[in-house]
Design a protein around this ligand. Structure first.
Ligand code: HEC
Ligand code: HEC
Ligand code: HEC
Ligand code: HEC
Length: 139
């Protein structure tokens, strides 16, 4: 009897931990070199865009380690993505996954990647700013 109770408790605890883990484990970032392998043309276009150069802007002004800047000038900073250029060079700048979401599980599976990013994804980086010379609406 006791063995069964212990087993049941163990199963329950394990189940709970798995459920919690599943809840907490966010999709992982693959990095832009992964995307490049299968989407070379899109990668070529992207690499010419200003999004691709967003991290260099920080380097130019010596702010490449400032957490306040990395949320918008790198991909997934503070969300399991970019940490620094040594550990995560493929997530510097506004890469594919900044718009399409973390894609480590995608590898061609459509159900594991977002095709059209929600406008809130763009707004997360663009809303508070003076874009195209318009006044900053948040001030
Ligand atoms: C192993 C190859 C492979 C890799 C690596 C890969 N993709 Fe894909 N991707 C594909 C294929 C194939 C399709 C088309 C799937 C289909 O139409 O069923 C696709 C489709 C997509 C789509 C469109 C999904 C849709 O619903 O139409 C997006 C967005 C995308 N990929 C982004 C990415 C990003 C971002 C990365 C890097 C994190 C990436 N891909 C890495 C092969 C890959
Ligand atoms: C909320 C998102 C966000 C944060 C936080 C942010 N930036 Fe930006 N940054 C942007 C966007 C979006 C642009 C492009 C604006 C445009 O094209 O009009 C930009 C443009 C720039 C530019 C180009 C200069 C220019 O005016 O063309 C520099 C340099 C820059 N940011 C540095 C920084 C630094 C340094 C920090 C941290 C102190 C920072 N950014 C924080 C989103 C952000
Ligand atoms: C600034 C945001 C942004 C970035 C960065 C970005 N994309 Fe996209 N991507 C989009 C949007 C928006 C669409 C259009 C969705 C639609 O209308 O179908 C799209 C469409 C796609 C599609 C499906 C349509 C097609 O042309 O085949 C693929 C695949 C894709 N992107 C892959 C990538 C890859 C790979 C990268 C990085 C090299 C990347 N994207 C970078 C926003 C972005
Ligand atoms: C992770 C933050 C981030 C996200 C998400 C993001 N952007 Fe940007 N965007 C930037 C930064 C930073 C720049 C400035 C880069 C530079 O000036 O070098 C920029 C520049 C731009 C520019 C001007 C540069 C150009 O290539 O003409 C446009 C337009 C733009 N973004 C549109 C979008 C749209 C549309 C989306 C959503 C589909 C989006 N962005 C998502 C951060 C972001």
């Amino acid at each position: 009897m006791r063995v069964i109770v212990i087993l049941l408790v163990t199963c329950f605890t394990l189940g709970l931990s798995v459920a919690l883990l599943a809840d907490e484990a966010p999709a992982k970032y693959a990095g832009v070199e992964n995307c490049k392998m299968c989407h070379p043309d899109i990668h070529t276009d992207w690499s010419k865009s200003r999004h691709a150069k967003a991290f260099e802007l920080l380097v130019d002004v010596g702010e490449e380690k400032n957490p306040k800047c990395l949320t918008c000038h790198a991909t997934g900073y503070g969300k399991g993505g970019f940490t620094d250029t040594t550990a995560t060079p493929d997530l510097a700048g506004v890469t594919c996954e900044a718009c399409h979401g973390p894609g480590a599980d995608h590898n061609g599976d459509k159900s594991k990647i977002t095709r059209v990013p929600a406008v809130t994804v763009c707004a997360g980086c663009h809303q508070q700013l003076n874009i195209h010379g318009l006044p900053d609406a948040t001030k």
